[in-house]
Design a protein around this ligand. Structure first.
Ligand code: NAP
Ligand code: GLV
Length: 309
């Protein structure tokens, strides 16, 4: 009975000790030292190479080493009969809410303008308003979106959330479906994307969406690069329809050195770090899910393949 861990070298180094300490009764193998594939019951993966999961004939569970699972689904050969579990870790959720609060405040308080003014040595006051006067809309009102909303509300923002299914969430306006998206975009001066990447959400941040937002609105994308139609962003910024964008995720990561987003004055780029997985807390979630699996109990946060997330 063995566990296979497959991620990049830096992540493997961070996980090695916490994982082996949390699961002393299991043999943990770190890719590429896979050993006999038939021994492997559990796979813990981040961007596994196509074919890896299909080559493990005894798998009982696949864990995504993050909240998103698009990196597993993009492999057409992944074994769909094996339950796929994603990480929902309060530590990560807090980290994401910090990132969203920071990003929304940067946009709200015109940090991009004041930064540019500082570099140019310009002392000039800009019109100011309070958070309560800047409506924020969150696309994706799930585990991450709702906690980020609470943090923004605590600062004073009027926050609304958009989800696939209709929901009632105390203190927040909620929207769902196509009409709901239209209404949320029209009311929101800052739109935050915390959606999973699915065929329905791919390209949702596009020229048509920007045109429906109030002039001078801004976006924060911490979902996936595939949510943004990258070619639509710079024209929307240059025309003034959008005033700024904070982007953590990109179509191609790392963002290529010659990509125009790096040097655009109204775009903030961060290297997919909004909410890193935290091995010290995530190992406990993985250990508990393995116990559930071995005891025949329901495994939390199993991905619903019909929904695609
Ligand atoms: P979650 O709990 O599954 O929430 C997803 C939300 O999106 C739900 O509210 C869901 O609606 C909504 N949704 C899904 N498809 C939709 C559609 N077609 N139309 C409208 N709403 C839709 O997921 P989560 O844990 O919050 O994570 C969300 C995503 O954040 C992940 O998939 C990942 O891509 C991204 N992420 C990024 C980072 C980073 O560092 N940048 C870190 C962690 C996660 P329902 O409520 O109706 O189901
Ligand atoms: C990070 O992007 C995650 O999905 O956890």
């Amino acid at each position: 009975m063995a566990i296979l861990f497959r991620s990049g070298p830096a992540s493997t180094a961070r996980w090695r000790a916490p994982l082996t300490e949390a699961l002393p009764d299991h043999e943990v193998r770190f890719w590429p030292e896979t050993g006999e594939p038939a021994d492997i019951d559990y796979a813990l993966v981040w961007h596994p190479e196509p074919g890896l999961l299909a080559s493990l004939p005894s798998l009982k569970l696949i864990f995504s080493l993050g909240a998103g699972i698009d990196h597993v689904l993009r492999d057409p050969t992944w074994p769909r009969q094996v339950p796929l579990v994603r990480l929902v870790d309060p530590y990560m959720t807090e980290a994401m809410s910090e990132y969203i609060a920071l990003s929304v405040l940067r946009l709200h308080r015109q940090d991009l303008d004041y930064r540019a003014q500082q570099l140019a040595g310009v002392w000039e006051e800009r019109a100011q308003k309070n958070a309560a006067e800047r409506p924020v809309g969150i696309l994706g009102f799930g585990a991450l979106g709702q906690v980020a909303a609470q943090r923004l509300r605590a600062i004073g923002f009027e926050v609304a959330g958009w989800s696939r299914s209709p929901k009632q969430v105390p203190d927040f306006a909620t929207y769902s479906g196509k009409d709901g998206l239209d209404a949320l975009l029209r009311r929101s001066e800052i739109v935050v994307c915390l959606l999973p990447l699915t065929p329905q959400t791919t390209g949702i941040l596009n020229a048509a969406a920007f045109a429906r937002m109030p002039r001078g609105a801004a976006i924060v994308n911490a979902g996936r690069g595939g949510h943004l139609v990258e070619a639509d962003l710079i024209p929307a910024l240059d025309s003034g329809q959008l005033a700024g964008a904070v982007l953590d995720v990109f179509q191609e990561e790392p963002l290529p050195a010659d990509h125009p987003f790096w040097r655009h004055s109204r775009i903030v780029v961060t290297p997919h770090v909004a909410a890193e997985t935290h091995p010290e807390t995530a190992v406990n979630i993985i250990r508990d899910a393995i116990s559930c699996c071995e005891a025949g109990r329901t495994i939390p946060n199993r991905v619903d393949l019909a929904r695609g997330y």
